[in-house]
Design a protein around this ligand. Sequence first.
Ligand SMILES: Nc1ncnc2c1ncn2[C@@H]1O[C@H](COP(=O)(O)OP(=O)(O)OP(=O)(O)O)[C@@H](O)[C@H]1O
Ligand SMILES: [Mg+2]
Length: 302
Amino acid sequence: MHKDQAAALRVLASKAAPRRSINQHCRVIVVASGKGGVGKTNIAVNLALAWAKRGLRVGILDADMGLANVDLILGLNPRCNLSHVMSGERTLQEVLLTGPGGLKIIAGGSGVAELADIEQHQLDRFIDSLAELDNTLDLLLIDTGAGISRTVLSFALASHEVLVVATPDPISLTDAYGLIKVLAMRNHDAVLQVIVNMCEDDRSGIEVFNRLHSVSLRFLSRELSFAGYVPRDPMVQRAVRELRPFYLVYPRCKAALAIDRVADQLLSVNRDEADNGLKPKAADGLGGITGLFRKMLHLIRQ
Ligand SMILES: Nc1ncnc2c1ncn2[C@@H]1O[C@H](COP(=O)(O)OP(=O)(O)OP(=O)(O)O)[C@@H](O)[C@H]1O
Ligand SMILES: [Mg+2]
């Protein structure tokens, strides 16, 4: 996108979405799946770009401790990650990378796992820097790794909102259900959003969601929300090979258009007059990034 076009969009969006005052929490969405390779990272990065285009200040925490995919898709090369923050070598602000659309990227590295063992004073410092992030971002997406590992789970269990990525593949569906089951049992207040990726068309996307939803209602008495679908699109793979996000390099491709719809749908979820869809539903008052990390730390240190 052209620089001045991006600036114009930001001004337009800022008229529609007035900046929130200091101390309002950032909306946090954890992106998770049961099965790996279903498109979590691609969805997180391109969704973040769609929100940035709407004038929102968006961050992505790459909490996948395997391959650090977020920076790869964005063509970035982070030298530092959360583990440098844990050790006190860097501040959180110093490890923040700025990507296209002004996205703020935090590479998790091994830092996420280290959270369980750091000293109280390090933890206090870390929570303080997160509070700063709460005030400077409107939305934070946390991209997790595959499976139901302890870390993935602790993020998803601590979050008020989880975006579950599933594909029409039966294994992906079974694994997505497995994740939803754990969340239904252990994170009662969470809003569970489902996005169907790599489907053939809208009809098959809705069908896949309906299947998951009916099983969830029947066996778990748990409502799911449909965030939308992203069709299988060769442009996604092409963009991945080019180390560029498809939303930027192929903005008219089917997947990019679908991402726009998902971005709007997710913004409309919590929308009321006052918050423009940004305020998280924090039933216990522990909202935002700080709240999520406090809860998560409580879970992993139990
Ligand atoms: N909508 C799509 N259409 C076509 N191919 C897609 C689509 N979404 C994802 N892919 C392909 O799937 C691959 C895996 O995607 P991605 O890395 O985003 O998955 P992931 O869930 O983050 O994987 P992991 O669990 O390993 O972190 C991509 O490299 C891309 O080739
Ligand atoms: Mg990934």
